[in-house]
Design a protein around this ligand. Structure first.
Ligand SMILES: *[C@@H]1O[C@H](CO)[C@@H](O)[C@H](O)[C@H]1NC(C)=O
Ligand SMILES: *[C@@H]1O[C@H](CO)[C@@H](O)[C@H](O)[C@H]1NC(C)=O
Ligand SMILES: *[C@@H]1O[C@H](CO)[C@@H](O)[C@H](O)[C@H]1NC(C)=O
Ligand SMILES: *[C@@H]1O[C@H](CO)[C@@H](O)[C@H](O)[C@H]1NC(C)=O
Length: 151
């Protein structure tokens, strides 16, 4: 289960959670500031943000829901230039610290010998689609987008 909370906004105005459906189409998910998704299915994957009546918007988050066994742990929120970020490759069903290869935009990046890597000193060039593949057991994660900078 996941919850999306429009926090950090002040005043009595109504905030609602919006989901992007297509290029120009969005869907109003809830009229309150918290959206609960329980249980989560693949179809809940997508880009979400908070929006006020007057059109003011938060930055967006990308949520990827998979029915597979392998999960890439990656920040869902935009990260700032200069940050160090950790990526992890996990199996849903068993705790693991197996070696995993990490890829960015389809290109091999680095092997994490205990399923984790750190990307130091983030810059705009680190933005892109990441995935991980367990070296021994084949399982691979879906791709997730990393955003640098925010809006
Ligand atoms: C959402 O965030 C607000 C403000 O930070 C907090 O008061 C509230 O308890 C949160 N709600 C949930 C369901 O996490
Ligand atoms: C999306 O909106 C833009 C500008 O409003 C328009 O030019 C474009 O054709 C629209 N695209 C679709 C798929 O409706
Ligand atoms: C979400 O993913 C799309 C590509 O799938 C990307 O264009 C967009 O910038 C991403 N947004 C965030 C906040 O990561
Ligand atoms: C981080 O990267 C910036 C430019 O990309 C560079 O100027 C700076 O020295 C780097 N910092 C560290 C601690 O490596």
């Amino acid at each position: 289960s996941i919850s999306l909370n429009c926090s950090g906004f002040h005043g009595p105005a109504e905030w609602r959670v919006i989901k992007k459906l297509g290029l120009n189409s969005t869907q109003w998910e809830t009229s309150t500031r918290t959206l609960y998704i329980k249980p989560a299915f693949k179809s809940h994957s997508g880009e979400y943000w908070c929006e006020k009546e007057d059109g003011e918007k938060s930055s967006t988050v990308n949520i990827t829901i998979t029915s597979g066994d392998v999960i890439l742990e990656i920040p869902a929120f935009p990260v700032m230039e200069g940050d160090n970020i950790a990526l992890g490759c996990k199996k849903k069903t068993i705790p693991s610290s197996l070696a995993a290869d990490f890829y960015k935009d389809g290109h091999y990046l680095e092997t994490g010998y205990v399923g984790k890597i750190t990307i130091p000193n983030i810059s705009k060039s680190n933005e892109g689609l990441y995935k991980c593949i367990f070296t021994e057991s084949q399982g691979k994660s879906p791709e997730s987008w990393l955003t640098v900078g925010g809006e």
